[in-house]
Design a protein around this ligand. Structure first.
Ligand code: FPP
Ligand code: MG
Length: 294
């Protein structure tokens, strides 16, 4: 099986589980759960939860133990996309091949669906921590909280928003990428590794690799915004230019941005390889993500 097929299989398995964790559309108030499910089951790649589960298994842990944390990760990621698309932020009409949440349900419900996904994520993780009563589950939740909040994604997004329309340097752009995007990838890998029982030294190395992979992933995202098509990406392209955003592409051009991606990915691969004998998935995934078209 090649990696693409393997990812598709893992995605199917995860989505079945995610469905079980999420209240059905007939739960009251229906509009809230419909709206949450609309974006949650809109065909994302599920990279963060897959990475979390894989990291857990790589260190001898069980996928079922990782599941509430993996679901939480995808709920937080989906909330961030819903809010990112709002008129007050990127004002986008399409995401994952369908209308954005606020276009389908209205701004008020879209804001609440995001709030609901974020808080529900912490509800299911804290339920798991209470049930498992072990320090590694608590550390996994801590890693996710750190990644999602003011030490990660929310701060990255804030700097992204306040820099719109301004000329910024590479250092500021790297802060945005590190926090807005790489933090959640780091959070997924670290949470999984804690659940699998990896030691702190290995987790420090995994963090370094995941940072590089995460920044490369965002640079590639910016490249795809310029060279990709609506059909490939499921969203309107050239959004960064429209929103007057500085990106690697606007600073360095497409070719040089691709070189940055390749260099960071190769560095990430070397670090992953030094994290143990079960790192093949992360090595292959990193290679695969450099060449992704969606
Ligand atoms: C696409 O992920 C998303 C990113 C590259 C990250 C962008 C970051 C934000 C939108 C942060 C927003 C934060 C707040 C607080 C509003 P993907 O390619 O994995 O998407 P998929 O899940 O649809 O496949
Ligand atoms: Mg955005």
């Amino acid at each position: 099986m090649n990696l693409k097929e393997e990812l598709e299989q893992k995605k199917q398995y995860f989505e079945n589980e995610l469905d079980k964790y999420m209240p059905g559309e007939s739960s009251y108030p229906e509009i809230l759960f419909k709206s949450m499910r609309y974006s949650l089951f809109a065909g994302g790649k599920r990279l963060r939860p897959i990475m979390l589960i894989e990291a857990c298994e790589a260190f001898g842990g069980d996928a079922q133990k990782a599941m509430p944390f993996a679901c939480a990760m995808e709920m937080i990621h989906t909330y961030s996309l819903i809010h990112d698309d709002l008129p007050a932020l990127d004002n986008d009409n399409f995401r994952r091949g369908r209308l954005t949440n606020h276009k389908a349900f209205g701004e008020n419900i879209a804001i609440l669906a995001g709030d609901g996904l974020l808080s529900y994520a912490f509800e299911i993780m804290s339920n798991a921590v209470v049930e498992n009563l072990d320090i590694n589950s608590a550390k996994a939740m801590q890693a996710v909280a750190f990644a999602a909040g003011v030490n990660g994604m929310v701060s990255g997004q804030t700097v992204d928003v306040i820099c719109e329309g301004k000329k910024i340097d590479k250092q500021t752009l790297d802060f945005i990428h590190l926090n807005k995007t790489a933090a959640m990838i780091v959070g997924a890998v670290k949470a999984g590794a804690y659940l699998g029982g990896a030691d702190e030294k290995t987790i420090e190395k995994l963090e370094k690799a995941a940072i590089k992979l995460g920044i490369a992933f965002q640079i590639q995202d910016d490249v795809l915004d310029v060279i990709g098509t609506f059909d490939e990406l499921g969203k309107t392209t050239n959004s960064d230019e429209k929103n007057d955003k500085v990106t690697y592409v606007s600073l360095f051009g497409v070719e040089e941005s691709k070189n940055f991606t390749e260099k960071l990915s190769n560095e990430a691969i070397e670090i992953f390889k030094s994290c143990g004998d079960n790192m093949d998935f992360f090595v292959e995934l990193t290679k695969y993500l450099i060449d992704r078209r969606s």
